[in-house]
Write a protein that binds this ligand. Sequence first.
Ligand SMILES: Nc1ncnc2c1ncn2[C@@H]1O[C@H](COP(=O)(O)OP(=O)(O)OP(=O)(O)O)[C@@H](O)[C@H]1O
Ligand code: SF4
Ligand SMILES: [Mg+2]
Length: 310
Amino acid sequence: MLEIKNLSVSFSADSDVLAVQDVTLTLPDKGRIALVGETGSGKSVLLLAVMCLLAKNAVVTGEVLLNGEDILKMNRKQLDKIRGALISYVPQGGGASLNPLMRVGEQVGEPLVEHQGWDKKDSVAKSVEVMKTLNMGNEEELAASYPHTFSGGMRQRAMIAMGIIAGSKILLADEPSKGLDEERVSLVVDSLNRLTEQSLLCVTHDLMFASRISDHICVLYSAAQVEFASTEEILNDPLHPYTRDMVKAIPENGMIVDNVGFAPSHDDFGKGGCRYKHRCKDCTAKCSEMPPLFDVGDRKVRCWLYEDKN
Ligand SMILES: Nc1ncnc2c1ncn2[C@@H]1O[C@H](COP(=O)(O)OP(=O)(O)OP(=O)(O)O)[C@@H](O)[C@H]1O
Ligand code: SF4
Ligand SMILES: [Mg+2]
């Protein structure tokens, strides 16, 4: 189980601006959470903070408990031990980082050779097995191929295979569908949905993609967590005004995009009040104060409209 508690990130050179503000999230065993938000809302920084992979100028506060132990307090040796084995990470655009000179099977199997002392031949055989669980097709042939023969979707799936090969039960994936056509997105969805033994925390800006791979959705706006609810509730009964605007902007819902699709402006990052107040139709004087995350049943919403609904 992964528990993120009151996680905030700023960068020392620009410390009055938070890149992630007060995110609290529990990823249960075999849970599947999509982290959704516009560009610049803090999605990648959040995953990097969880993996302790942020640049040195990052100031991270809060807790990230992996089976009860705080990852943020671990030293390099402890981190090396858990990364890949307990928790793994597929970075944004990760498919592009495959080594063009190395066969895919060797690369997918590399974590076993590097961290668990496996023989290279056995690691390639294991990579074929893992690619089969992801339903990649012609897996032996794929393992013997070089990455340039792979489509973007296949590269993403190879990265997912690499993420889980060393036994990790928690996969963090950053925008695995970005830049892919509909057919390839479906293949990535299929592979992610075959991860029935793992839990998944997956970043995406695409709510429809999120709906296909998650059981819960956490919505970020301008660094702040604004809503957390089941995927069904987010799509059918969104509560936060930003989530409502985002759901209206789905093509199936008529693509009413008056408030969505823009990166948060500098004003939205300002310290005073609700981050969405410059765009929100329900804004009142109270909104010049930052709302806390209110519990509404099993859901969480950061908006004054829900103050009395606790
Ligand atoms: N090393 C850094 N130093 C200073 N600011 C940073 C650094 N890395 C990220 N940021 C800032 O943190 C904020 C969140 O960035 P992040 O990359 O997490 O956004 P994102 O939601 O992943 O966006 P996208 O959808 O475009 O990938 C942005 O304002 C970004 O400029
Ligand atoms: S707190 Fe106020 S400004 Fe912010 S989303 Fe709610 S109603 Fe709108
Ligand atoms: Mg990102």
